[in-house]
Design a protein around this ligand. Structure first.
Ligand code: OMP
Length: 277
């Protein structure tokens, strides 16, 4: 399979860089008139997939909201991943996995081995057991043509105590993660497959080198307060590699398919305008 970075760049060029997050919160199920059970989950997910799969570039299902319902919830997730991919969408599985290397290998097989029922185009991972602990996922992603998004500077205020901590060499932890990713992506065209998660809520990030030659997944738009217009000021020149994620602020427009599509299109247009400057 063509490398994730190249597939992502092509999808961003064709459909625009917006990522719609599929986060079936209990409160959203209720707002859609659905029960907070696996049937409600299934109807919600199917509605989002049918409304958006053919037009949005990237989808980020949040695994926690499916795992909540046990194996039947995970089955809904498997089906959504397959349907989104069949319709030409790229799937970033948001599971934020991270463990010691041998267990990380099992997580990697779950999401990054092409014959797995949860195989996704990319996976969010946490490097806070040490970047090196992610090696099995990096290796399998390379082999499978998949990608990773590594938590670098998260959108939540609590993240700073870890991510902005200063190491003995004077660099912050987050800057170190970004440097690892830049090394991973070196020489890849049009873009590497190893991305960073960098919140759109964080204000000016010019003290960080965001030029990692890979994608920057930017959650925080909508419900967490950031807007597409903020992106150039937050990301500077790296804005052309940003994949902004919007979950609740799109999903709250359901269950009407046309309203969901309209909300996604408005965000996609605003993002395109912001990136074009
Ligand atoms: O990795 C993520 O996607 C993520 C990282 C981060 O720093 N902040 C963050 O909000 N997220 C996820 O992005 C989504 C944001 O959802 P909304 O706030 O509803 O748009 C959720 O699924 C979060 O788990």
């Amino acid at each position: 399979m063509t490398a994730f970075g190249a597939r992502l760049r092509a999808a961003m060029d064709e459909r625009g860089p917006l990522c719609v997050g599929i986060d079936p919160h209990a409160s959203l199920l209720a707002a859609w008139g659905l029960e907070d059970d696996v049937d409600g989950l299934e109807t919600f997910t199917r509605t989002v997939v049918e409304a958006l799969a053919g037009t949005v570039a990237v989808f980020k299902p949040q695994s926690a909201f499916f795992e909540r319902f046990g194996s039947r919830g995970v089955a809904v997730l498997e089906r959504a991943v397959a349907d989104l991919r069949a319709a030409g969408g790229l799937v970033v599985m948001d599971a934020k996995r991270g463990d010691i290397g041998s267990t990380m290998a099992a997580y990697a097989q779950t999401y990054l081995r092409p014959d797995s029922p949860l195989f996704s185009d990319a996976l969010t991972v946490s490097p806070y057991l040490g970047y090196g602990s992610l090696k099995p996922a990096v290796d399998l992603a390379r082999e499978s043509g998949a990608g990773l998004f590594v938590l670098a500077l998260t959108s939540n205020p609590e993240g700073a105590e870890v991510q902005r901590a200063v190491r003995e060499d004077g660099r912050t932890v987050a800057a170190t993660m970004l440097a690892h990713l830049a090394a991973e992506n070196a020489g890849e065209t049009p873009m590497g497959s190893f991305g960073a998660v960098v919140g759109a809520t964080l204000g000016d990030l010019s003290s960080f080198d965001l030029d990692i030659d890979g994608p920057l997944l930017a959650p925080g738009i909508g419900a967490q307060g950031a807007t597409p217009a903020d992106l150039p000021a937050v990301f500077g020149a790296a804005v052309r590699n940003v994949v902004p994620n919007v979950s609740r602020a799109v999903l709250r427009h359901g269950p009407d398919a046309a309203a969901l599509r309209g909300a996604a299109e408005r965000y996609a247009d605003e993002v395109r305008a912001a990136v074009a400057g």
